[in-house]
Write a new protein. Structure first.
Length: 245
């Protein structure tokens, strides 16, 4: 992203969500339930569940919460009937925004998302209006922690990674979605611990913001991430580092 880490916006998101542990637990539990409902409770043959469990591990979700979510998905416990919806639109300065939601009330969620976009200087668009600006990628984040950069890079590239770079005190590996599991297996076999292992949406270009537009965009992002029905928010904005905290 314009010379910055591909993980930059996601790191912001994770940091913000860490501050509201209850919401994180609920959203990840919901993702686990849906993954089990759609593909069964064995993560070996259910990539979506495997990724949801990885996200639960990254966020230190208690085992009993994970088990309860799996049981809901398998039908052993009652759970709400959620449907998945995606929204696309533009934020301040023309920033591209994609939102993935899980909701039991489509009309309520659509109205809320439209309101939040408008409140912070954006507008909700038609399906497909910004999706073309993003590509699905696998992302691994690894703490440098004395690891040999060249050896790790060769390991990742031999396993099928598309890109490898050192960003601050971490290594960042990017893969095509189809190569995610091969790279993950190679890292696990070599006892390389990941801080993040996720398939996500990465913007192909960035929109630079500053001043009032950047401040509004940060408020919009926080408001979207804080909404109970919204699971993931992807954007292509780039702002000065001193505004990211």
């Amino acid at each position: 992203m314009s010379g910055h880490s591909k993980w930059a916006n996601i790191k912001h998101k994770k940091g913000k969500m860490d501050a509201v542990r209850g919401k994180v637990t609920t959203k990840i539990g919901r993702e686990i339930t849906i993954a089990v409902r759609l593909g069964g409770s064995d993560p070996t043959g259910n990539m979506r569940l495997k990724l949801a469990l990885q996200k639960a591990k990254e966020n230190n979700i208690p085992k009993e919460n994970i088990q309860r979510a799996i049981q809901k998905g398998a039908g052993a416990l009652e759970g709400s009937n959620y449907e998945e919806i995606s929204y696309e639109g533009y934020g301040p300065g023309g920033v591209a925004i994609m939102v993935e939601a899980m909701t039991d009330n489509r009309n309520r969620t659509a109205a809320d998302v439209r309101h939040l976009f408008a409140k912070f200087g954006g507008n909700l668009g038609e399906s497909g209006c910004v999706a073309w600006m993003f590509k699905q990628k696998g992302i691994f984040i690894i703490e440098q922690d004395g690891l040999n950069e060249e050896e790790l890079m060769l390991l990742a590239l031999d396993a099928g990674a598309e890109d490898f770079e050192a960003v601050d005190s971490q290594f960042e590996i990017t893969t095509a979605p189809d190569d995610f599991e091969k790279v993950q297996a190679a890292l696990e076999e070599n006892n390389i611990k990941t801080v993040v292992a996720r398939i996500t949406m990465v913007p192909e270009t960035a929109t630079s913001l500053a001043g009032d537009e950047a401040a509004k965009m940060m408020k919009l992002l926080d408001a979207l991430e804080d909404h109970d029905d919204l699971q993931e928010v992807y954007t292509n904005f780039d702002i000065p580092e001193d505004m990211e905290d």
